[in-house]
Design a protein around this ligand. Structure first.
Ligand SMILES: NC(=O)c1ccc[n+]([C@@H]2O[C@H](COP(=O)([O-])OP(=O)(O)OC[C@H]3O[C@@H](n4cnc5c(N)ncnc54)[C@H](OP(=O)(O)O)[C@@H]3O)[C@@H](O)[C@H]2O)c1
Length: 312
């Protein structure tokens, strides 16, 4: 089967650049949206040029120019969007409604993967304010996709390793301490950690796979389903030293939100749901959903242990 041509939107982002790399690695004709809006952001421009050197094609297009998006979408079979959705960086999830309009008008796209790549928003109806905005906005985009009858795949990628392992699951920290750690309660709630390059590789695997059409795909590497305490133990073994441990209760954690900036509060609520409630591991994957490590056993994913070696 011929490999789909792919347009990546948000290609210079934290996940986007990995999607571009994975798409090229897996042999797809790869197009990357080049937004004139980035102006003289030299790092983004240089990154785009490096994609071109590696074989990607740059396509000019802006969210402020509908026709430019339609023209870009018409070049490909599959569109993957990795627009920002982390408040402490940038949150532009609803911008994708413009992309949905363009895909609808173009009428040729066989699969659209919107910017999701985290906790499944369909399972977060109960999420607390203000963190729920991320899930609510992603659901608004899903609704638009489905109303426009656009074939889709939703990637539920669980925890980006860089954020969660980097901080030993503590918000506001992305380099693990060699001295101490604050545990969420007993630190026994399980979460799922995924190397961002692996997320990109699994994502690209799904795009031509009929088993993932109109489905949610969870990326759940079996060896990476661990509690915070287990993550800390792996780190302690790597550095040959025990950390000093203290603990914060759910009530203390929630009351610490008061007075924090909005963007920080959004992130903290996400940590609350993952690390206190166990929202990534407290359900079974349904019959209408699929799991990436089972679908693609040929991908040798990075274990938590191997990921954390970089910080020693
Ligand atoms: N599961 C997790 O732990 C986790 C962690 C982080 C993120 N995520 C999710 O992953 C997805 C991608 O996040 P990310 O952190 O990779 O994003 P990011 O690097 O912050 O941004 C991605 C891209 O968004 C585009 N963008 C930002 N502001 C824009 C604007 N005003 N107008 C148009 N485009 C704009 C840019 O695209 P250009 O390249 O075109 O300039 C940027 O490169 C999001 O859905 C997020 O929620 C999940």
């Amino acid at each position: 089967m011929e490999k789909s041509k792919v347009l990546i939107v948000g290609g210079t982002g934290y996940l986007g650049k990995r999607l571009v790399k994975a798409c090229l690695t897996q042999g797809h004709e790869t197009y990357v949206l080049q937004r004139p809006d980035i102006g003289v952001d030299i790092e983004r421009v240089q990154l785009l040029l490096s994609f071109k050197e590696q074989g990607a094609k740059l396509v000019k297009g802006s969210f402020n120019d509908h026709q430019s998006l339609v023209n870009a979408v018409k070049l490909v079979d599959v569109v993957i969007c990795a627009t920002s959705g982390v408040h402490i960086r940038s949150h532009q999830i609803l911008l994708q409604l413009k992309l949905v309009d363009a895909i609808k008008e173009a009428g040729n796209v066989k699969r659209f993967l919107p910017s999701e790549f985290g906790t499944d928003p369909a399972r977060m109806e109960h999420a607390l304010e203000p963190g729920r905005v991320t899930f609510d906005d992603k659901m608004v985009v899903r609704k638009a996709i489905q109303e426009a009858n656009i074939p889709f795949t939703y990637i539920s990628a669980n925890c980006f390793a860089g954020y969660f392992l980097g901080g030993l699951c503590q918000p506001g920290s992305i380099i693990p301490s060699k001295e101490s750690v604050v545990l969420f309660g007993d630190g026994d709630i399980k979460a799922i950690y995924v190397d961002e390059d692996d997320i990109a590789m699994y994502t690209i695997k799904t795009i031509d796979d009929p088993r993932t059409l109109n489905k949610t795909v969870y990326i759940t590497p079996p060896k990476n389903i661990l509690s915070q305490r287990e993550v800390v133990q792996i780190w302690e073994k790597l550095i040959g030293k025990e950390l000093e441990k203290s603990s914060i209760s759910a009530e203390q954690f929630l009351s610490s939100l008061e007075g924090q900036a909005y963007a920080e509060q959004v992130g903290l609520i996400h940590y609350y749901h993952v690390c206190f409630e166990g929202c990534l591991t407290n359900f079974e994957i349904g019959e209408e959903e699929v799991e990436a490590c089972e679908l693609y056993p040929e991908i040798k994913y990075t274990t938590v242990h191997d990921y954390m070696k970089r910080y020693v």
